[in-house]
Design a protein around this ligand. Sequence first.
Ligand SMILES: Cc1cc2nc3c(=O)[nH]c(=O)nc-3n(C[C@H](O)[C@H](O)[C@H](O)COP(=O)(O)O)c2cc1C
Length: 324
Amino acid sequence: MSSKLHLISIAPMLGYTDRHFRYFMRLITQHTFLYTEMIAAQALLHQNFLKFLNFNEIEHPIALQLAGNNPTILAQAAKRVEQHGYDEINFNVGCPSPRVQSGQFGCCLLENPLLVSDCFKAMQDAVTIPVTIKTRLGLIANVEDETTQSNMGESRLVSTKFQPITAFIEMLSEAGCKTFILHARFADLIHYTPRQNRTLPPLHDKKIYQLKNAFPHLEMVFNGGIKTEQDIDEKLKTNIDGVMIGQAAYHNPYFLIHADEKYYQDTHAKLDREQIVEKYLIYMEQETKKGSNKKYILRHLPNLFRGIPLAKQIRNMIVSTALL
Ligand SMILES: Cc1cc2nc3c(=O)[nH]c(=O)nc-3n(C[C@H](O)[C@H](O)[C@H](O)COP(=O)(O)O)c2cc1C
């Protein structure tokens, strides 16, 4: 079921993967699949919805990630996403932020696979582009009842409402979902803040491989903890169909400079860091003429120099010169 499209992708990251970052990534890699930040479906039905949808043509292939829990609203939003030219809609069933929890969407939806299924079907019926799902291995929440019952004090218990991920995938597969992006962690709403939930719950790589074995007909993309080219290679030697890279792609984007050649057999000329800076500053000039704030564009640039000698000095020099 491996389609090259999802072989390597850059994760949706709120506050990070805005359109400027995605343009910047395209100067490093032309083939990896890009995701927008999570966007509430409701926001796409407001008057100023275009500000959430606009992207540059060079960002293809690109998916927009939607969050929500109302099938009708999600379907309407999905139509706008398709009309705007996106290649895929990704449904967020994994985000553990408090805003998402109070709205009963994101990872909280893992407790309600029937609703997820309805949301998925509503979106997929409304559009012809694929709708994919990004989720986690499960949810650890609502522990109080069980703790009282079992008198186990501080020990960690899985929610009474916990739905095994296999049942979730089975139900969503029956609803027609063919591609699952699986963050190899549980969302632990009891012990961790949203930020901690990105890194502290342990990774369960094997569970993802087991899931792929259980559902060989479904496309499964591994997400979580990938930091180097070696990590990518190790994962791609297993049975999974692709990898999604989050924090490492943001904080050290240049590590993906060989991705097009190595994973997509495209030997186009690679840009060195200096050429990337030049092209990105030209982009910045064009964008600021259209009203964008330089600071929002420039903030992604310093990470280009991560790990090289004099990185800090180079970064400071470029940013201060560009801001003049
Ligand atoms: C700053 C930040 C924002 C994130 N925002 C989103 C989001 O909008 N939607 C989503 O599905 N996941 C979000 N995530 C989770 C990532 O997509 C990814 O699943 C997680 O970081 C694990 O992958 P990594 O170890 O490669 O970073 C976010 C993560 C970070 C660090």
